[in-house]
Design a protein around this ligand. Structure first.
Ligand SMILES: [Zn+2]
Length: 647
C-alpha cells in the first residue's frame, strides 16, 4: 500500500489498481477498464505535481495489465473536442477556486458552461468519445429491484440513478463518473460490477424525485417507501401552514430514521460551511451524509424543532430546553431537546426516550448465571446500598431500572430521585431533581425518607451530603440503589471515604458495588470467524490458555447492521460483593488495590476479563472490549498479579 499526500493507492485484491483521491479532484489521470466502461482508478495531477511517482506506478500497472486503458481526463476531453489543453488548465483552475469558495457546481457542468455548451451537449459528446451511453433518464423505467441496488443516501448525495441491470451489471446514470467518492459509495452499496452512462445532474435529480419518492427539496429521504407521520401527542399548537412543508417533512424523516436505527441521540451541529447531522447508535456517533445545500435550511430546521419542542423561536442567544412527545407507528417517544448557541448558529441535540414498550429485564443486561443469581439475592435484601459505577453512557440507569422493575410490587414502596427521570416506571414514585429551585439530590432524598419508602433509588451520589443521607437511609432499614462515577468497583469505597464518610459506615452499609460498561454486540447476520495473531492477544492480556479454544469473530457488515458489523449492545460487569473478607479492609482504609486483590480471591472478574468471556462466546470483539475498558489499565496495575492469575 502506498501512502501519498494526494492519493491512496490500494490493491483491493481485485487485480485492479485503485487510486482514490483524498482531496477533491484536480486534473485526474483516470484508469479505465479496456472498454472504457468502468473507471478503475484515477490519480490527481497538479502543476506542482507531487504525484509523478504514483502516476508512473499507475502507468506501469496499466501497461502490464492489458485489460486496462489509461487516460487523463484532459486527454479524454481533448479527444472529444471538448477542451483544449490550455482551456482545460484554466477551466480546472477556475473551477477549483469556485469549489474552494463553496460553489457546488459539478466540474463537468462548469466545463460545459465555459465551453459555451449546455451540460447535456457536453455530456453527450463525452459519452460518444468514451463509447458510453447517454441516458435519457426521463424515458427510463426503473424497477424497484434496480432502485434498491443503490441506497437513497448515495443516490441523492452524488446524484446517481441506477437505470437497469443486465447480466448482473448495474447500469448507472451519473453526471460525473470521475468522482472517486461516488464510485466508492456506489460500489459499497451495490456490490456488483457497474457500467456508467451519462446524464445531466438536473435530469438525474428529477428522476430521483420520481423513483425515490421525495422532492429534492426534502434533501434526502431515508425512510424509503415509508410515509412518516409524526403525531404530536401534546396539545401544542403548531401552525404547520406557517412552515415550509418540506422542512417539516425533513425533520420528521430525521427523527424517524433515528428511531428506526435505534439511535439514542440526534445532533444538529452547525459549522461555518455545513450543517452536520449525527446519530448516536449503540453509543457511537454516526454522521448522516447530506448534500451541502442543507446548510441553507439550517435556520428553518432549527426553528421547526424549536416550535415542536415548545421553545421560544425568537430567543437565539441563550440555551433552551424543551420536550417533544410524538407517536411514531404507534410507539410513543419522548424527546428531550436542548439548544445551545454556537458561533455558527444554534446547535440542537435531541435525546430519544422510548416510553411504554421498553422492558427492563435483568436477563437483557448480559449477566452470567452466577452474577444473575447474586444480583437477584442482593436486590431483595431489606437494607443496604448497592452501587453501580461507570462513566456516563455506560448504562447505569438502565441497570438500576432493571433492578427496580424486577422487585417492583404492590407490597413495596419504591421512590426515586433522578436527573432527569429517563423512563417512567409504573407504580414507582419518581422525582426529578430541580437544582434551579433548590431540589437537589440531597434535599429530595431527605424528603423521600419522610415518605416511608422501602426502596430508594438515588440517580447519583456526587457529594458528601447525598452520600451521608443515603448511608443513613440504608442503616435505618432501606434498600438504596445509586450510582457513582468511578472506573472500577474497588475504587468506590475509597471514593466514599475521600468524600468524608467514616470508613466504618461505608463498610457496614455497602452490600455490593458493580462497575459496568456497554460493548457493541456483533451483528448476528454477518458474524464471521476472524483469526487474531497470538502475539497481539498476549499483548492485550487475553488469557493465554483460552486462545486455542476461542473462535474470534467479527461482523463483516451487512444491510441489517448498516454495514457496521455491530448491532445492539450488552453489558460487561465487575461485581464486587462486600463480604466478610472485604468489610475489615474497608474499615481499615485499605487501598483499592488491596480490596481488588481480596475481591479477586473471592472470584470477582474484572471488567476486561468479563469482556474477554464475551469475546469467547462470539458476542463481541476484542476491539470493543479494549475500547470501553481503556481506562482500566490502572486497575490492571492495581491488581498487579493479573498476569499470573489463571494461566
Ligand atoms: Zn451485519
Amino acid at each position: 500500500m502506498e501512502e501519498h499526500r494526494h492519493g491512496r493507492c490500494t490493491n483491493k485484491g481485485t487485480g485492479h489498481l485503485v487510486v482514490r483521491t483524498v482531496q477533491q479532484m484536480t486534473c485526474p489521470f483516470v484508469l479505465f477498464s479496456a472498454d472504457f466502461q468502468k473507471v478503475v482508478g484515477q490519480v490527481p495531477c497538479r502543476p506542482d505535481d507531487p504525484c509523478n511517482f504514483l502516476r508512473s506506478r499507475l502507468l506501469d500497472a496499466a501497461r502490464r495489465n492489458g485489460s486496462m486503458a489509461f487516460a487523463s481526463l484532459q486527454s479524454i476531453l481533448e479527444r472529444a473536442g471538448l477542451a483544449s489543453r490550455d482551456q482545460f488548465v484554466s477551466w480546472s483552475e477556475n473551477w477549483r477556486k469556485l469549489a474552494a469558495a463553496g460553489d457546488v457546481e459539478p466540474q463537468l457542468a462548469f466545463f460545459a458552461k465555459e465551453g459555451g455548451m449546455s451540460e447535456e451537449q457536453f455530456l453527450q459528446r463525452l459519452a460518444t468519445a468514451l463509447g458510453w451511453p447517454f441516458l435519457e433518464t426521463s424515458k427510463l423505467t426503473v424497477s424497484n429491484e434496480v432502485r434498491k441496488r443503490v441506497s437513497t443516501k448515495t443516490a441523492f448525495q452524488f446524484a446517481v440513478l441506477p437505470a437497469g441491470i443486465e447480466n448482473g451489471v448495474l447500469q448507472l446514470a451519473c453526471h460525473n463518473p470521475f468522482d472517486p467518492a461516488m464510485q466508492a459509495a456506489v460500489q459499497f452499496d451495490c456490490q456488483s460490477p457497474v457500467k456508467f452512462g451519462l446524464a445531466t445532474r438536473g435530469e438525474i435529480e428529477k428522476a430521483l424525485k420520481k423513483y425515490y419518492g421525495v422532492g429534492a427539496e426534502t434533501l434526502d429521504e431515508m425512510g424509503a417507501e415509508e410515509t412518516i407521520d409524526l403525531e404530536l401527542t401534546d396539545d401544542r399548537e403548531i401552525t404547520e401552514d406557517d412552515q415550509d412543508a418540506s422542512v417539516i417533512k425533513f425533520v420528521n424523516q430525521v427523527i424517524w430514521e433515528a428511531f428506526k436505527d435505534r439511535a439514542t441521540d440526534i445532533h444538529f451541529e452547525p459549522s461555518e460551511d455545513e450543517l452536520r447531522i449525527r446519530y448516536r447508535i449503540d453509543g457511537i456517533l454516526h454522521q448522516t451524509p447530506l448534500p451541502p445545500q442543507i446548510k441553507r435550511y439550517q435556520a428553518a430546521l432549527v426553528s421547526r424543532i424549536k416550535v415542536m419542542s415548545g421553545m421560544n423561536i425568537a430567543e437565539k442567544r441563550l440555551p433552551q430546553d424543551g420536550r417533544i412527545n410524538v407517536r411514531i407507528k404507534g410507539e410513543e417517544i419522548d424527546i428531550r431537546v436542548s439548544t445551545v448557541p454556537t458561533v455558527w448558529g444554534e446547535s440542537v441535540s435531541l435525546r430519544l426516550l422510548t416510553r411504554g414498550k421498553i422492558f427492563f429485564g435483568l436477563e437483557k443486561l448480559g449477566f452470567w448465571p452466577d452474577e444473575d443469581a447474586a444480583i437477584r439475592e442482593l436486590i431483595v435484601k431489606p437494607h443496604g446500598i448497592f452501587l453501580v459505577t461507570g462513566p456516563t453512557g455506560s448504562g447505569k440507569s438502565t441497570t438500576l431500572y432493571a433492578f427496580l422493575s424486577t422487585i417492583n410490587s404492590v407490597t413495596k414502596r419504591i421512590m426515586t430521585i433522578e436527573e432527569p427521570v429517563e423512563y417512567e416506571l409504573k407504580g414507582i414514585n419518581q422525582i426529578p431533581v430541580r437544582p434551579d429551585i433548590g431540589l437537589t439530590f440531597a434535599v429530595g432524598l431527605r424528603h423521600i425518607l419522610r415518605q416511608d419508602p422501602n426502596i430508594i433509588m438515588v440517580g447519583e451520589i456526587r457529594d458528601l451530603e447525598t452520600a451521608e443521607i443515603a448511608i443513613r437511609a440504608s442503616l435505618t432499614g432501606h434498600l438504596v440503589f445509586s450510582t457513582l462515577h468511578t472506573n472500577d468497583a474497588p475504587s468506590a469505597f475509597t471514593r466514599l471515604i475521600d468524600m468524608g464518610i467514616e470508613p466504618f459506615l461505608v463498610a457496614s452499609s455497602l452490600e455490593a458495588v458493580m462497575a459496568q460498561r456497554l460493548v457493541r454486540t456483533i451483528c448476528k447476520s454477518c458474524s464471521r470467524p476472524h483469526p487474531v495473531e497470538r502475539d497481539y492477544l498476549l499483548k492485550i492480556g487475553f488469557p493465554e490458555h483460552e486462545i486455542a479454544s476461542t473462535v474470534f469473530r467479527k461482523g463483516i457488515g451487512c444491510e441489517e447492521c448498516r454495514q457496521l458489523g455491530y448491532q445492539g449492545r450488552t453489558g460487561i460487569h465487575e461485581l464486587l460483593l462486600v463480604t466478610e473478607a472485604i468489610r475489615p479492609l474497608v474499615m481499615n482504609r485499605a487501598a483499592a488495590s488491596t480490596i481488588a486483590q481480596a475481591a479477586r480471591d473471592q472470584h470477582m472478574r474484572t471488567l476486561r476479563e468479563d469482556g474477554w468471556r464475551k469475546v469467547q462466546i462470539g458476542q463481541t470483539t476484542l476491539e470493543e472490549v479494549l475500547r470501553v475498558t481503556q481506562n482500566e489499565e490502572h486497575v490492571r496495575s492495581l491488581i498487579g498479579a493479573e498476569k499470573g492469575v489463571g494461566s
